[in-house]
Structures are given as C-alpha cells and as structure tokens.
Design a protein around this ligand. Structure first.
Ligand code: N0T
Length: 524
C-alpha cells in the first residue's frame, strides 16, 4: 500500500479555469478538460428520477451531468440543512464515472423566486419581489433585499462547505450560481427603495475608464445612472443590482471552497440590439458582460443558454461570449438535432464545454428507446469526442483547431491552416459530381493542425479537400496518407487507410456518422 504521504500526493488539485493568450481551459485533475455535458430537466434531481437521468447520460456518452440543487430541498427549515441528495448525486456520478456541475436554484430561477424555501415564500414582506412600473406585480425577487441576500449567502456557503468535505476527489467540477437571473416583464425594480438607488450615483466600479469604454460611454462620465448611461440606464441599473447580489453569494461560497463558478444568461437577439423588457433584463446578456465582470468578480464565467434559431445568430452569440476575460461555456442548448454541430465551433474556440438541456425523459415512466433516439444526434458526437476529450481540450486551449459549421445557404467554407487551405462542402450521397444537399443544415468539420502537413479531421455530412498555400501555392499535391480511426489513451489507432474511391474524386467524404481522420499531405 501507499504511505500516507504518497496518498496525499495523489489527491487531485481543485478544478480551475485558466487563461493563456485570450484562450481558456478548465483544468480537472490538473489537465484541460472538455465537458461533454447533458443537463437534467428542472424537476429530475430526486433519487426516484435519477435512474432515467443516468440512462440518458449513458446513452449519450456524456462525461458531465449538469443537475440542479434546490434551495427549497436542502434548507426545508431555516438553518436546517439536508444534504442527502448531494451524497446520492456524488455516489451515483462516481459509479458512472461522470463529473457533476451543480446548478444552485436559489434566489433566481428563470428570473423568479420559485425555488426559495416555503418558509421564505410565506414571508413576502421580508423576502420581497421587485415592483414594475406603476406598481405592476412582477414575479421576480428583489436584489435589494438584505434578508434574502443574507439567507442565500448563508445557504450557498453551507453548500460549498459541505462539498469541500464530501468531495475531495472533485466529482463536482463547477457550480452554477442561480439560474438565468434577472427579471421578465420589467426592465428594473421601481419600488421606492430601488428608485432612490437609481437616482443616486453610479458605483465607482462602473466609472473606471476601461468599464465605461467597454460600455461605449465617455471615459470621464460621472453622476447618476440616467446621466451616465442614458437610454440603457434602467437596464444597466438592474444588471448591476442582480450581479452585485450574486457576486456576494458567489464570494461567500468561494471563500469556503474555491470551485469555478458561473452564471447563465437567457439571451437577447445578438444581431439587432433590442431593448428590454423584450428579453429578460438584468442577467448577463451580451451587452452587459462588462457590468457583470465589474460587479461580480467571484464569478469566473458568464455563459449563454442557446435557444435561439439560425446559424448567424447562434454563431454570433458564441463569438460574443468567447472573450479574453470570459471562457466560452454553453451550459444549455436546445436538444434539437441541428444544434449539435455548434459544438465544433465551441471546441475550436477553446471552449470548456457544451450541454443540451433536458436529456432525461422527464416522465416517471419514460421509455428508454425514446430517450436514446432523442439523444442520438449528440450521442454520436460524444461517442467520437469522449475518448479524445483531453486531446480536444488541450488542442483548443493551444489554438490548434479550426472548425466550420454548415449555414442555411449550404455554402462551402474554407479554413486557412498555414501551408494549406481546407475546403469543406456540405452534403451527402455523393454520386460522381452530384451531391445531395443536407435537407436541414447539419454538416460540420473541425481540423486540428498537428504539424505543418499533418491534420486530424473530425466531421460529418461533408466533404473535405485541400490545396497548398504560401510557398507551395499552385503546386501539385497528393495525400501522403489518410487514416480513419479513433483516439485511445492519447494515441491515434487506425481502423483502416482510406484510399481509392474513398479519397479520389476530390477527397474524403464523410456521411451521417462522425469519423476521425488523420490526414497527411505532400507536394510533388
Ligand atoms: C431554460 C430552460 C429551463 C422569447 C427552459 C430558457 C432552464 C432554463 N430557460 O426549458 O427552464 O432551467 O435555464 C429560457 C428561454 C427563453 C426564450 C424566450 C424567447
């Protein structure tokens, strides 16, 4: 056996988000980790519902389960905590060799207070909601209520203290603080207390030149909210208020146990600069990311929940949340077949994870066959990614991956790779020069540059070809070798060499099922 000292050396370091040259990695056990996630339905984190969650996780080949932790469940009476469900989740996750992301459904769940314990809901004067314009009733908790902040802060700190003790092996790798916080149906709180704050001075954290610049305001602006932020003042005020509150909750949890923390956003249209309340106001939407960063430094990552439609919109959102000061993580995406392709762009950008929402059947008697069928589009990707997720995470962090995602126009796309350009056309059923276009755009490809002339290609429903660039431009070239295979324990294992019909006629074609190719090229 090991000595106590040797054993202590095997305890893994705490998960952590790191940045290098504007790119990020989530370190788990000290190495870059890619979350191939699945999120359970909102009401599934109960022992009796978990078998179906695990059925979905297994069918999907996911390595990370995102699962709620309900305030109403763990603190049923004020100050009396029950962590038995945490024990169950930890035990089952370990048995399934899966990591957990816990979702702290507390003060805000989709902008409302619905997961506050009953003892709080029964005291609405002590734990108040915000007020809309003219006293309109709004189903959203106040970020200005001291008692609510204190209760959430204490509960979250207790959760993190418990986790530190119960999870030395770091089965839990990240925690989401609240869920899609903010308010629907109003831009801000119009209660007398909030009005007084709104008429007061903008906090100094927001008056720093780099923050004002990021918000497109003169760097010497000063005064009250209206004066500094004009037509965005009300929204920014609510964003600051919600972010500042959640920043306090997060800091208290982090002081107990320093896991990476994130907040998820109900998005706004990233292309048209709309005004709230056409979208949820106060959460980390793309336009208020600088406010959230300034107000809540204990939050590591701000994350988009992608339920938008259309590739231009979705690609724009991915771009907006991939920032030098923000690791890209998509903790929710609609579980629609065409959504799985955006994972390629997220991975290429060095994103730390992706997860469709609602993987389990959500009915106590859900059928396994239906679940498997629903998950297939993500499952076939995860099956390919899972054995090489450490490589993908490291390559993404090092900036070695490029990706293309099919758009609605089905048009071909290119990637410049230094000495070579890759061209990807989308479709299936190749027959001479005829290609059947994909009925719904779902093709994609990523290229990993291993060295100047050597690439790993992963994709489906596409066709890839190359041409020399730079010094070799215009030269005759050919495939040195094209192998199809898979990564196992860090090593590429070839199933076969592709040649003849499989590479002639303009390069390898990949059908419905994603494959991993190792391709080397040579000029003659
Ligand atoms: C998500 C999910 C879950 C005008 C919805 C999406 C999850 C939460 N909210 O199934 O409730 O917990 O984070 C909101 C999407 C809003 C679209 C509004 C279009």
């Amino acid at each position: 056996g090991l000595t106590a000292f040797a054993k202590s050396q095997t305890i893994s370091p705490i998960p952590k988000v790191i940045e290098k040259n504007g790119r990020h990695a989530l370190l788990v056990d000290g190495k870059p980790f890619l979350m191939l996630g699945g999120q359970a339905h909102n009401s599934s984190a109960w022992p009796g519902m978990m078998p179906q969650v695990w059925q979905a996780m297994d069918a999907m080949h996911a390595n990370t389960l995102e699962v709620p932790l309900y305030w109403e469940q763990i603190e049923p009476q004020q100050g009396k905590f029950d962590f038995s469900v945490v024990d169950t989740l930890l035990k089952q996750a370990r048995a399934h060799k899966v990591r957990l992301v816990l979702l702290w459904f507390a003060t805000w769940k989709n902008g409302s207070n619905h997961y506050m314990p009953a003892w709080m809901k029964a005291q609405s004067a002590k734990y108040p909601n915000i007020e809309g314009k003219g006293g309109k009733v709004i189903d959203s908790p106040s970020p200005h209520a001291e008692a609510t902040l204190e209760a959430d802060t204490r509960a979250f700190a207790t959760v993190m203290r418990y986790l530190k003790k119960a999870d030395p092996q770091h089965t839990v790798i990240m925690v989401q603080v609240e869920n899609e916080p903010g308010a629907w149906d109003t831009v801000r709180d119009y209660s007398p207390l909030a009005q007084k704050l709104f008429d007061g001075a903008v906090p100094p954290q927001l008056l720093k030149p780099q923050v004002l610049k990021a918000l497109n305001r003169p760097t010497d602006a000063t005064g009250n909210w209206q004066k500094v932020f004009g037509n965005r003042a009300e929204e920014y005020f609510h964003a600051w208020s919600v972010a500042y509150y959640i920043g306090k909750v997060a800091a208290a949890g982090k002081a107990e146990y320093g896991l990476p923390l994130y907040v998820n956003a109900a998005l706004r249209d990233p292309l048209t600069d709309p005004m709230p309340p056409s979208y949820e106001s106060g959460g980390p939407t793309d336009n208020v990311i600088p406010i959230w960063k300034a107000a809540a430094p204990a939050i590591d990552v701000l994350s988009p929940d992608i339920y938008l439609q259309g590739s231009e919109r979705i690609m724009k959102v991915i771009e907006l949340y991939d920032r030098a000061d923000n690791a890209l993580f998509v903790p929710e995406a609609s579980l629609a077949p065409h959504m799985s392709r955006y994972m390629y762009d997220v991975i290429a950008r060095g994103g730390i994870g992706f997860s469709p929402f609602g993987i389990d059947s959500n009915l106590p008697d859900g059928k396994k066959a239906e679940t498997v069928e629903r998950l297939a589009p993500f499952g076939q990707e995860y099956k390919v990614f899972a054995p090489m997720m450490r490589e993908l995470a490291a390559w993404g962090f090092d900036g070695k991956i490029k990706a293309v995602v099919e758009r609605e126009d089905n048009a071909a796309q290119t990637m410049d790779l230094g000495a070579w350009q890759a061209k990807v056309t989308f479709g299936s059923k190749w027959n001479g020069n005829d290609v059947t276009l994909n009925a719904t755009p779902s093709g994609k490809a990523m290229v990993v540059k291993l060295s100047e002339n050597e690439f790993v290609v992963i994709g489906s429903l596409c066709h890839i070809t190359f041409k020399p660039l730079g010094a070799n431009e215009g030269k005759v070239w050919q495939y040195l070798k094209v192998e199809e295979g898979r990564y196992e324990n860090g090593v590429f294992k070839a199933l076969r060499i592709l040649n003849g019909d499989e590479t002639d006629w303009g390069g390898p074609r990949i059908g419905q099922t994603p494959v991993v190719l190792k391709i080397s090229l040579v000029v003659r």
